[in-house]
Design a protein around this ligand. Structure first.
Ligand code: PEP
Ligand code: MN
Length: 394
């Protein structure tokens, strides 16, 4: 890597970074980083470039984006059965939505690397250091296993590679073109996957195809935004209800200086009752700025609550309500609602309430297996796709 590139990476990483683990042994982290720096990357620059072209089409209203998968992948669930089930659900939803929209669908999994989690609190209900994803520590409520362990980055890398090979095999069988994504959160890991490529030697983050910056790490002058600005990959930014139009345009100035259509995906996750209040101001200001973004609706993260039975859950009706308001606002303003972002699994879990099977507070315990946030199960995801298809046709 050139000295200039190294300097730019250093500049980004010396900024304050939220949500990073405190590793007990910094030397061990440096050792892991060195191993990863010389390891083959998970994805290829040519694949990332292909996704850039696909997202440019979405930004121009010529394709629809469907992104989904687990909130948190785990090493234990990195199996052909689980990966296959999630991909099948994603593909079936995409078929329904593509047919309704009469447009090609760009399919992106939260897969092959979604191992790091931002958390609202530093401790869990047992008073233990919180679980930060399998790439950092263990979900098992044992104080020793909650200590951040840098060797987990090597396991995350190996698991990501294995999942990527599984997805590539499907692709070669002609099943579908599926891209991967995860939150660009754990900087000690992400920095090791940067590789210069192409004529200008741009830096590709080859840990995945698409990466997004989360709601908790989108500080304008923080490390995550500066790090994302270095990457050639298409970038998402999660926008919660406190995001201001001015702030969002500032992200675009930094992340999309060349005005590349589809370079940035603005992933609004406002809450079903906040969309009509917050989204119009953001859309108007962004449109006036001239940046051509992908507008995507994450209908999950603004609609989380605790059930009377003590489970973190989301109600199908609120998820649908957020999607409806998202489409309504974009129609009203004449902008293109480019896609959806969901937490889902192909497995028959009971984590979200409602849907045709009327999952109730008391049903949640039957099969609640998420490592973090509640996911739609296959039936709920398909039902949502059918409801969104109706909106697309209307
Ligand atoms: C997530 O996508 O799992 C997540 C943590 O989202 P957000 O940053 O929007 O809260
Ligand atoms: Mn989540």
């Amino acid at each position: 890597m050139s000295p200039e590139a190294l300097q730019r990476i250093d500049d980004a990483l010396t900024r304050p970074a939220a949500q990073q683990p405190v590793w007990p042994d910094p030397q061990a982290v440096a050792g892991v980083r060195d191993s990863l720096l010389s390891a083959p990357p998970i994805t290829l620059p040519s694949e990332v470039d292909r996704l850039r072209r696909r997202l440019a089409a979405v930004a121009r209203g010529r394709a629809f984006l469907v992104q989904g998968g687990d909130c948190a992948e785990t090493f234990a669930s990195n199996t052909p059965a689980h990966l296959g089930a999630n991909l099948r659900t994603l593909l079936r939803m995409s078929a329904v939505l593509g047919h309704a929209a009469r447009l090609p669908v760009v399919k992106v999994g939260r897969i092959a690397g979604q191992f790091a989690k931002p958390r609202s609190k530093a401790t869990d209900t047992h008073g233990l250091p919180v679980y930060r994803g399998d790439i950092v520590n263990s979900a098992t409520p044992d104080p020793r296993l909650r200590v951040p362990d840098p060797d987990r980055m090597l396991r995350a890398y190996a698991n990501s590679g294995a999942a990527m090979r599984f997805i590539r095999r499907l692709h070669r069988c002609g099943i579908a073109e599926i891209f991967t994504s995860h939150e660009c959160l754990l900087l000690d890991y992400e920095r090791t996957m940067l590789r210069p490529a192409g004529p200008g030697g741009r830096l590709y983050n080859l840990s995945s195809h698409f990466l997004w910056i989360g709601e908790r790490t989108r500080q304008l002058d923080g490390a995550h935004i500066a790090f994302a600005a270095l990457m050639a990959n298409p970038i998402g930014i999660k926008l919660g209800p406190t995001a201001t139009p001015e702030e969002v345009v500032e992200y675009l100035e930094r992340l999309d200086p060349d005005h590349e259509p589809g370079r940035v995906t603005l992933i609004t996750r406002l809450g079903h009752d906040q969309v009509e209040k917050v989204l119009p101001g953001i859309v108007e200001k962004v449109e006036a700025s001239g940046h051509q973004v992908v507008w995507q609706c994450d209908a999950m993260h603004g609609n989380t609550h605790e059930s009377t039975t003590g489970y973190k859950t989301r109600h199908f009706d609120r998820i649908l309500a957020e999607v409806r308001s998202f489409f309504a606002v974009h129609r009203e303003l004449g902008t293109y609602p480019g896609g959806i972002h969901l937490e889902l699994t192909g497995e028959p879990v009971t984590e979200c309430q409602g849907g045709a099977l009327h999952v109730s507070d008391h049903d949640l315990r039957a099969c609640y297996s998420t490592a973090c946030d509640p996911r739609l199960n296959h039936r709920q995801a398909m039902e949502l796709a059918v409801r969104i298809a109706r909106i697309l046709r209307s």
